[in-house]
Design a binder for this molecule. Structure first.
Ligand code: SF4
Length: 218
C-alpha cells in the first residue's frame, strides 16, 4: 500500500494564500525537488527520524478527527507524492488547498472543484526560476492563486513582468509576498500603487508575525 512521508500534521491558521487567517488542518509532506535560496522549510527537504509514514486512509482519518473543514497540503513539494489522487479522493468532502512550488503540472490533480492550487512562481533570487513549469500560468482558474515571493528589486520587477505577460489577474488570485527580513513590504506597496496593480494583493506570512520565525507546527 502506498504511504506518504508526513513531516508534520497540525491544526493552525493558514499563514498565506487565499485562506490566510482561516483555520486549516495542515499535512506537510517530506521531499522537495527544488532548493530555494531563502527556503524556510528546509527541514521538509527530506525525511527526518520522526517522519510518519501514513496511508491515505490514515491521513483522511486524522483530518476527520480534527473537525476542521479546510485542508492544506504542503511540503516540501506535495505534487511529488505518488498516490496523491487517491488521497484527494478520500478528502473529497473537504475544501483543499495544495501549496505547490510551480515546477510540476497542476492539471492532472484537478479532479474536483473543491481542490484549489496555490502556485509559486520562483523569482530570480530563489535560484530556481529555470525550473518553473510555465503551462501552469495558463492552467490556473479563479479558484486558484499564484504567489510571488520577493527578495529583491529584480524579483519585484520580474513578478510584475510575469503578471502582465500572462494576464494573471484575469485568470486567478495573485499575491505578492516578501522574504522575511530581506525585502521591505512597503516597497511592494509602493510598486503596486505606482503601477496601478489592480487585482493583486500584498500578503505577509502571518505566522512569522504571530510566532517565532523558527517555530514549526504552526
Ligand atoms: S520549493 Fe518550497 S520547500 Fe522546496 S526549497 Fe523552495 S521554498 Fe523550500
Amino acid at each position: 500500500m502506498n504511504s506518504f512521508p508526513v513531516i508534520e500534521k497540525f491544526v493552525s491558521i493558514d499563514g498565506e494564500g487565499p485562506t490566510a487567517g482561516a483555520l486549516s488542518v495542515f499535512v506537510r509532506f517530506a521531499g522537495c525537488n527544488l532548493r530555494c535560496a531563502w527556503c524556510d522549510t528546509s527541514y521538509a527537504w527530506q525525511t527526518e527520524p520522526q517522519t510518519e509514514y501514513l496511508s491515505a486512509a490514515e491521513i483522511a482519518a486524522y483530518v476527520q478527527s480534527t473537525g476542521v473543514r479546510h485542508v492544506t497540503l504542503t511540503g516540501g513539494e506535495p505534487l511529488m507524492q505518488k498516490g496523491l489522487i487517491g488521497l484527494l479522493s478520500r478528502l473529497s468532502d473537504y475544501e483543499i488547498h495544495i501549496e505547490t512550488n510551480g515546477s510540476l503540472p497542476i492539471q492532472p490533480l484537478r479532479i474536483s472543484e473543491r481542490i484549489h492550487f496555490v502556485v509559486d512562481y520562483k523569482l530570480p533570487d530563489s535560484g530556481m526560476e529555470a525550473h518553473m513549469y510555465l503551462p501552469n500560468l495558463a492552467a490556473v482558474t479563479a479558484a486558484d492563486a499564484y504567489k510571488f515571493v520577493i527578495a529583491s528589486q529584480a524579483d519585484l520587477d520580474k513578478a510584475l513582468l510575469i503578471i502582465r505577460q500572462y494576464r494573471l489577474t484575469e485568470r486567478c488570485q495573485v499575491f505578492l509576498s516578501t522574504v522575511f527580513d530581506r525585502f521591505a513590504p512597503a516597497l511592494v506597496v509602493e510598486a503596486m500603487a505606482r503601477e496601478r496593480l489592480n487585482g493583486v494583493k500584498l500578503q505577509l506570512q502571518l505566522h512569522k508575525y504571530i510566532w517565532d520565525i523558527q517555530k514549526r507546527g504552526v
